[in-house]
Write a protein that binds this ligand. Structure first.
Ligand SMILES: [Zn+2]
Ligand SMILES: [Zn+2]
Length: 238
């Protein structure tokens, strides 16, 4: 019993501290900058849900079929869902989290992903964030996707493994590359830890889906390390 006291007082202290900070620096909406909340109702109403058909291996939007031309020779099938299109105000929120560590905003995004997850019928054991390159992590000091994935896992009572998947090779910037070049550029760039992912059913989380190359190559690394199933969720889809 004695042990619970410091935790409880720490909880109250954290709560009080947050209230005080909110009074002095009120949160601003990540979409339109209005004062009061990290995400306002108006911005929420302007989100464009992502409903289009997409490649089951990389999530790339498709006009017809279930698999894109780049993935058609890949025997595995993963499942990819994105919350909404990468348009304002959602894109502003994604960018804001990239440049400022904001757990409250990450919690909001995690709740969006939870709402999709609950509609899919997926059964996952754990969540894993797409890792940043080490150099980027050192510069930024945090991985914005880890903030989202941690909150997502907490809400769904899933395990969270932030070190199970690593970038083992520095990749060239994807800017200026076409879709096929992007897929080749990140091939073999990730490695997963078998001791952690073996037989696990995993939700892989990223903030933004563009070419699908990163998600697909992360999924390959996880499956090669013995993962039973990989589901992917992203907040935005370009
Ligand atoms: Zn707003
Ligand atoms: Zn594909």
């Amino acid at each position: 019993m004695k042990r619970s006291i410091p935790h409880r007082s720490l909880g109250w202290f954290t709560y009080w501290l947050k209230q005080t900070i909110d009074l002095i620096f009120p949160p601003r909406c990540a979409g339109c900058n209005v004062t009061g909340k990290v995400w306002c109702e108006e911005c929420n109403d302007r989100i464009i849900p992502s409903k289009r058909r997409s490649c089951t291996a990389c999530g790339f939007p498709l006009e017809k079929g279930i698999i894109c031309s780049i993935c058609e020779d890949w025997p595995n099938r993963i499942h990819v869902r994105s919350f909404a299109h990468y348009k304002k105000p959602l894109s502003s929120a994604i960018l804001k989290l990239k440049y400022r560590s904001d757990q409250a905003l990450a919690n909001e995004m995690a709740s969006w992903l939870v709402s999709i997850y609950q509609r899919t019928g997926w059964r996952a054991d754990c969540a894993i964030p797409v890792p940043l390159a080490d150099v980027r992590l050192r510069q930024r000091g945090y991985n914005q996707v880890t903030l989202i994935a941690t909150s997502f896992a907490k809400e769904l009572k899933l395990h969270i493994f932030t070190n199970a998947l690593k970038r083992v090779r520095e990749t060239q910037s994807q800017v200026g590359l076409d879709r096929r070049e992007r897929h080749v550029n990140v091939e073999g760039a990730f490695r997963a830890d078998t001791r952690i992912v073996q037989d696990q059913s995993i939700v892989l989380i990223d903030d933004l889906l563009t070419s699908g190359a990163t998600l697909k190559n992360c999924a390959i690394a996880l499956l090669n390390a013995g993962a039973a199933q990989v589901y992917c969720l992203t907040v935005g889809r370009a």
